[in-house]
Design a protein around this ligand. Structure first.
Ligand SMILES: [Zn+2]
Length: 239
């Protein structure tokens, strides 16, 4: 697979792309479509990759999530690295939103009627902190209506590959039982989906395990070595 696109959906002029790690400009170990400026990659390569992603969704600007594994979310209207947080919301046509991830779950919200979009990032800390609901709340506060809202869940590490300490599974049994796959494994995508499912009208899933699929960035597969970040991009058409 050489395509930069791992999965794509278009909803009434709103483009959603789950990115692969292919077709960018970064050298190993960030090869090649790394979008994160904080992992040690050459800033010129990151900038060139962001330009590629902007072109893919015909955007004029791009707002990049600055994830912190919490539940802060921000409304953004400008290009650049966003304030620390794990969710971004915009109504600005032509401004692409990017959720970075490499095993965590990137997810998106699209209201094609009120023209509001959002992206989020949920690792285990984010799921426990309910970043999904926090982002849904801010999305509605910004003018979206859940009766018109579709969601997207990008590729993440699958339950089979995501072994965690038993005490963490116990935390999830109390807070988000839908994410518990076994006494030692978590399904974070199922946890994210469980919050979205009762609230949005449709969920598009880009199935694929970041750990198993070498077309995707995986923090766990890198096993302590540096690696890049891919994720999910959403943009309202500038027309
Ligand atoms: Zn897997």
């Amino acid at each position: 697979m050489n395509s930069q696109v791992f999965g794509r959906v278009s909803i009434e002029g709103i483009q959603v792309i789950a990115l692969s790690r292919n077709g960018g400009t970064s050298a190993s170990p960030y090869n090649s479509l790394n979008l994160a400026s904080y992992v040690g990659d050459d800033p010129k390569c990151v900038s060139a990759n962001l330009d590629l992603v902007k072109a893919m969704v015909s955007a004029e600007g791009i707002s990049i999530m600055n994830a912190e594994h919490g539940n802060r979310v921000h409304v953004v209207n400008e290009s650049g690295i966003a304030p620390h947080g794990d969710g971004l919301v915009t109504k600005s046509p032509g401004l692409a939103l990017v959720a970075l991830a490499a095993d965590c779950v990137p997810f998106g919200l699209i209201d094609p009627v009120n023209r509001v979009v959002a992206v989020g990032h949920a690792g285990w800390r984010g799921v426990l902190a309910n970043v999904v609901q926090t982002l849904l709340d801010e999305f509605v506060a910004t003018g979206a209506q859940l009766a018109h809202t579709q969601a997207v869940i990008g590729p993440a590490i699958c339950a089979k590959c995501y072994e965690v300490p038993a005490e963490r599974v116990e935390q999830f049994r109390e807070v988000c039982p839908a994410a518990v796959s076994s006494s030692t494994h978590l399904d974070l995508s199922a946890g994210v989906k469980s919050v979205l499912a009762s609230q949005v009208t449709q969920i598009h899933e880009f199935d694929g395990c970041t750990f198993e699929n070498e077309d995707l960035f995986s923090y766990r597969r890198a096993a302590g070595d540096p690696t890049g970040r891919g994720g999910l991009v959403i943009a309202i058409g500038a027309s």
